[in-house]
Design a protein around this ligand. Structure first.
Ligand SMILES: NC(=O)c1ccc[n+]([C@@H]2O[C@H](COP(=O)([O-])OP(=O)(O)OC[C@H]3O[C@@H](n4cnc5c(N)ncnc54)[C@H](O)[C@@H]3O)[C@@H](O)[C@H]2O)c1
Ligand SMILES: [Zn+2]
Ligand SMILES: [Zn+2]
Length: 384
């Protein structure tokens, strides 16, 4: 089968690899219809993780069940499914508690949490490929309405729509709250869409990319351009000096200042400033325990100069981490089916899998207009 292989920093290519197959009775094999490139893939693409060369990338996957193992009794061949980026066993302590992003059994390295095609998250192949092996398939796969309707909406259920929702949840959001989101990438835009659906009074989204800032309005939010001035001041001015009830960090450790220099602490500290006393911050942007590719020593050790004194003095709370996709994806599927949620508004490109290499390059440079790339392996004109 064809698959997108990581060859090393800034080097990915579509190659022929052995077909994904059933390896244990609880597996299914899914024929991928849509698989997206994510901001998380870029951390790996840029060589800023310990991703092994030769592995297949892709954790935002959906498709049609092609085969099921002898131990699979809920899923049927032909089912249209969305696959959470998390690989989870369904029966360990954290899975039973609903925190499937921190499964205690799925990661062969023994750390909590596993994912398809991801650095340090187990040995699972990714789904930027024609076929994908899905472990514990009955537990992990979410069945979608059959056919090809709303493909570009449902494809956001594997990661970024639940992750945006999770960021809002981690901030301890309540209806009527005001929210400021740092980062207008796909995740930040999904957080804005989620906050609107959940009844936010006011939503701000900070970025400096003009094309992404334009999409902020489509999410029903106010765009704040941090290259035009301090974003904290801009939001304070817009709120009569009050700030916001909730903040969401949707950038990650490769955040940069207005001149383009990386600074992992900048956005976190700006959120501490802009969120009202006793408010909450949800951090879904990825931070790593080590970052050898970082410029300064602190960042290399996975540490940030966090403004903890102000954070504490204001009585703020913070929630962090990978999204537990299964905690949200069924209800978010229903919101899409009902027409309440339309996460496809961020899609800028639908391409064939064979065009993935060039797409990585352009998405990584944040080229104008490259907001979210959906790849269709094989002939998938029906999805368009
Ligand atoms: N927690 C999870 O489960 C989860 C899931 C998916 C993605 N992620 C992570 O979320 C983050 C965002 O993902 P994405 O796909 O939207 O990525 P992205 O890289 O496309 O978007 C990040 C955006 O942040 C902007 N940005 C950079 N520095 C900024 C600053 N100082 N202030 C404001 N904006 C700034 C960039 O211009 C860019 O538009 C990544 O770190 C990704 O790995 C986490
Ligand atoms: Zn993703
Ligand atoms: Zn588990």
């Amino acid at each position: 089968m064809k698959a997108l292989v990581y060859n090393g920093a800034f080097d990915v290519s579509v190659q022929d690899v052995p077909d994904a197959r059933i390896e244990t009775p609880t597996d299914a094999v899914v024929r991928i219809t849509s698989t997206n490139i994510c901001g998380s893939d870029l951390h790996m693409y840029e060589g800023r993780t310990d991703m092994e060369t030769g592995r297949v990338l892709g954790h935002e996957n959906m498709g049609i069940v092609e085969a099921v193992g002898a131990g699979v009794d809920r899923l049927k061949v032909g089912d249209r499914v969305s696959l959470p980026f998390n690989v989870a066993c369904g029966t360990c302590e954290t899975c039973v508690a609903g925190r499937t992003g921190f499964c205690l059994r799925a990661n062969q390295a023994g750390t909590a949490g596993a994912a398809f095609g991801f650095a340090a998250m187990g040995e699972y192949a990714g789904g930027q490929a024609e076929l994908l092996r899905v472990p514990w398939a009955d537990f992990n796969a979410l069945v979608l309405p059959e056919g090809t309707d709303k493909e570009l909406d449902y494809t956001m259920l594997s990661d970024i729509f639940p992750t945006g929702w999770h960021g809002v949840e981690l901030s301890r959001f309540e209806p009527g709250d005001s929210v400021a989101i740092w980062g207008a990438g796909p995740v930040g835009l999904m957080a804005a869409h989620s906050a609107r659906i959940r009844g936010a009074a006011e939503v701000f989204v900070v970025d400096r990319q003009p094309d992404r800032l334009k999409l902020v309005a489509k999410a029903g939010a106010t765009a704040i351009d941090y290259s035009a001035g301090d974003p904290v001041q801009q939001i304070l001015e817009a709120t009569g000096g009050r700030g916001v009830d909730r903040g969401v960090e949707a950038i990650g450790y490769q955040a940069h200042d207005a001149s383009g220099d990386e600074d992992a602490s900048l956005a976190l500290n700006q959120l501490v400033q802009v969120v009202k006393a006793t408010g909450g911050i949800g951090v879904v942007g990825v931070y790593l325990p080590q970052d050898p590719g970082a410029k300064d020593e602190l960042a290399q050790q996975g540490k940030v100069a966090f403004d903890y004194g102000t954070f504490w003095f204001k009585g703020l709370s913070m929630g962090t981490g990978q999204c537990n996709v299964k905690a949200y994806n069924l209800k978010l599927r229903n919101l899409i089916t009902a027409g309440t949620a339309t996460p496809s508004f961020i899609v800028s490109h639908e391409l064939d899998l064979t065009e993935a290499g060039g797409a990585y390059e352009k998405f990584d440079r944040r080229d104008e207009g490259w907001t979210k790339v959906v790849l269709h392996p094989g002939d998938f004109s029906a999805a368009r």
